[in-house]
Design a protein around this ligand. Structure first.
Ligand SMILES: C[S@@+](CC[C@H](N)C(=O)[O-])C[C@H]1O[C@@H](n2cnc3c(N)ncnc32)[C@H](O)[C@@H]1O
Length: 226
């Protein structure tokens, strides 16, 4: 099954909105850090429900916020969630971006980069479509140091890259980006029950849950086009 077909099923089951709810706690922090100025053009790779372009348009008054996704059903849903004329969605593969060179000021990607089958091609394309000084804010919860997420591989059909923080940095640098920042963005919204309620279905101890949400969280790598 292609990645587009797999996520078409998710979109049809309403899991696009579920992902939005799950990712928003850290995604909102990542989006708030982006240096988007009024009128800027911003691209979201693997947009899902399209919450990132919607938020960027509203909060930063971007000139255009575009969400790209391999799943046509995700794109159909994303279009239905907004009537903002500065927001657009299209179906496509992020390894071959259907945009002119240097046509975007910034790019964001939340929980999508690890679906790249050819990450070096994706990064070369991204470097092409971003202007000099443009930024790439890449957030992932599925990464080597976050051992709590490793089991996703058993239940998510498309292959996923399980890179470490170092591997993200190296790949971005090898693609010709400069690194601006790398950090762990904590999820402070997920409620952590008192000690007495452990073990839970997911965590043996409270310390594990604190590590998963408050210490590891989302790995953010920020790259800049020289
Ligand atoms: C886990 S979802 C994340 C969606 C959204 N960014 C969020 O935070 O909720 C990953 C998304 O990436 C998309 N995707 C995976 N591979 C892709 C590719 N090669 N090109 C474009 N989109 C892709 C999937 O269709 C899916 O909607």
């Amino acid at each position: 099954m292609s990645v587009g077909d797999a996520f078409d099923e998710w979109a049809d089951d309403g899991r696009d909105r579920e992902m939005e709810d799950e990712h928003w706690a850290t995604a909102k922090q990542l989006l708030a850090r982006m240096p988007v100025e009024p009128g800027d053009r911003v691209l979201d790779l693997g947009t899902g429900s399209g919450y990132a372009p919607r938020a960027i348009s509203q909060a930063a008054d971007a000139g255009l916020a575009v969400g790209l996704d391999a799943s046509p059903e995700m794109v159909t849903n994303a279009r239905s969630y907004t009537d903002d004329s500065d927001v657009g969605f299209l179906a496509g593969d992020f390894h071959q971006l259907p945009f002119e060179s240097e046509s975007f000021d910034h790019c964001v990607s939340m929980e999508s980069f690890f679906f790249a089958t050819h990450p070096e091609e994706l990064l070369a394309e991204l470097r092409r479509v971003l202007r000099s000084g443009g930024t790439f804010y890449c957030g992932v919860n599925y990464y080597q140091e976050n051992h709590y997420a490793h089991e996703w591989a058993d239940r998510i059909e498309p292959e996923m890259l399980l890179w470490s923080a170092t591997e993200y940095r190296s790949a971005f640098q090898n693609a010709g980006f400069q690194l601006a920042e790398q950090s762990y963005v904590p999820d402070r919204d997920t409620e952590i029950p008192p000690e007495s309620e452990f073990p839970t279905a997911e965590f043996e101890t409270r310390e594990q849950m604190v590590e998963r949400y408050r210490e590891l969280g989302t790995l953010l790598t920020v790259a800049v086009v020289p």
